[in-house]
Design a protein around this ligand. Structure first.
Ligand code: FUB
Length: 449
């Protein structure tokens, strides 16, 4: 639903419950986003992704990546991402080729009171070399305004910059150009302090790009997308030193057949590790229009990274009083339930769940809903069913107690109906919606009151 009423209702709700929603994947719902670099600055996480747009005959190259600028997003809870606006555009980079639309994967890092934003793009003339150069823009705040420098970093050619500052204060720049490169940075963060060197002992077959290095318990983890088979999967190698030698250690996330690229960053925030990555949720037929996701990441006792299985549910606790987008499910029945776009002409409208598909009873589960402490007595749901039907909401499992029954009158269009909450149980719970009978019913969202 995209009416002014819904907008006002949502704004009102944000004010009331404090924007405690949108923890699900993808996390950026208003535009395409890719190549996410997440950074913890102060008490917030700042997200610096690439910004995919669609190329047209007079903008970029149709069928290829097209990126003109970068936005930064911020969140404290990782469940509500605020777009803080454009930080750098190809039109305000003095040396950039504005016909290139090649503002690929960026990074941002803090040092000595300044925020340094690193980005690759193509230069207008070949003085800096052919192909991609890497530029820097500097700001006093993580959301800008960023001022791009007059020239790119001299001596660096390639894409996907990543900067790491070690505990001894030495900064390193990583980037990709077929291989993954590293060089020390001077204290000024914008000049190389050592010649570029290739990071050895990484897989020698299949493209590697998107380096992102982090340190944990004195080990340096170099993570990178690698085409081990047909599309990119996220892998990592470990070392005792930021420049290597590295030893390949495993897979962080398996390849996704629908999206050729993937691109990662890993942060620890409030005691939990998170993997930011991308897929093409809003653009299933064109994988150069991507969307950023986040899932939790865990380590084994030996320090190895446990493989992350991508989820739609994502991270964080969803406020029971917000619109619960149950189509971003934690689990779903193999029969009787399906998830599809609400409107294929405007996919940013999001998704809906259909239950009773193929006359089979189905279910869908959504984890970690916070009911709070005060009594929630009713449930509203946005639903549709041409025959009319009934849905049941269970607590903590398909066999768990039914806390509400949603009766749906026969309707051609979407309708908001109210149900009584039979058994209120405070705290954080998983909820399961089941179809009752064999009627086909559609559910957009539900919300406790
Ligand atoms: O977004 C353009 C390119 O695709 C990035 O620079 C690569 O890492 C890949 O994600």
């Amino acid at each position: 639903m995209r009416s002014q009423t819904r907008f006002l209702l949502t704004v009102g709700l944000f004010v009331l419950v404090g924007a405690h929603c949108f923890g699900q994947n993808p996390i950026i719902r208003s535009a395409f986003s890719a190549d996410p670099t997440a950074r913890v600055f102060g008490d917030s996480v700042y997200l610096y992704p690439s910004h995919d747009i669609l190329a047209t005959a007079d903008r970029g190259r149709v069928g290829w990546f097209c990126m003109a600028d970068y936005h930064v997003y911020a969140s404290v809870r990782l469940t509500d991402w605020k777009d803080k606006g454009v930080v750098v555009s190809q039109y305000n980079v003095p040396w950039a080729d504005t016909a290139a639309y090649s503002m690929w994967a960026p990074d941002c890092i803090y040092r000595d009171g300044k925020y340094y934003f690193y980005f690759p793009t193509k230069a207008r003339d070949t003085t800096y070399g052919r192909g991609f150069s890497i530029g820097v823009a500097i700001a006093d705040k993580p959301y800008g305004p960023f001022k791009p420098l007059e020239t790119p970093i001299i001596g660096v050619h390639g894409i996907d910059p990543n900067v790491f500052i070690d505990t001894d204060g030495q900064a390193y720049l990583y980037w990709a150009e077929g291989e993954i490169y590293v060089a020390k940075l001077k204290r000024n963060m914008v000049e190389l302090a050592s010649p570029p060197q290739v990071i050895a002992h990484l897989p020698n077959k299949g493209l590697k790009e998107g380096p992102y290095l982090f340190k944990r318990a004195d080990k340096y983890y170099l993570t990178y997308p690698h085409v081990a088979n047909k599309t990119e999967r996220l892998e990592y190698a470990v070392s005792d030193h930021p420049m290597g030698p590295f030893k390949v250690d495993g897979v962080i996330m398996e390849a996704n057949a629908h999206c050729w690229t993937n691109h990662q960053s890993i942060i620890k925030y409030k005691g939990q590790w998170y993997l930011f990555y991308h897929s093409n949720d809003y653009s299933p037929d064109f994988d150069k229009a991507r969307s950023v996701r986040v899932d939790s990441l865990f380590f084994d006792t030996d320090g190895s990274i446990k493989e992350v299985i991508p989820t739609l549910r994502g991270v964080g606790i969803t406020d029971g009083k917000s619109e619960i987008q149950i189509d971003r499910y934690s689990a779903i029945s193999s029969l009787g339930t399906s998830v599809s776009f609400l409107d294929t002409a405007d996919r940013f409208e999001g998704w809906k769940t259909t239950l009773g598909v193929g006359a089979a009873e189905g279910w869908i589960q959504y984890n970690s809903v916070d009911f709070g402490k005060s009594n929630l007595t009713s449930l509203i749901a946005r639903v549709k069913s041409t025959t009319g039907g009934k849905l049941q909401v269970h607590l903590d499992g398909v066999a768990g107690p039914v806390i509400a029954e949603i009766r749906i009158p026969a309707t051609e269009g979407w309708k908001t109906v109210t149900a009584t909450v039979a058994h209120f149980v405070p705290g954080v719970h998983n909820i399961v919606v089941t179809s009752s009978g064999k009627a086909v019913t559609e559910l957009d969202w539900l919300q406790f009151k």
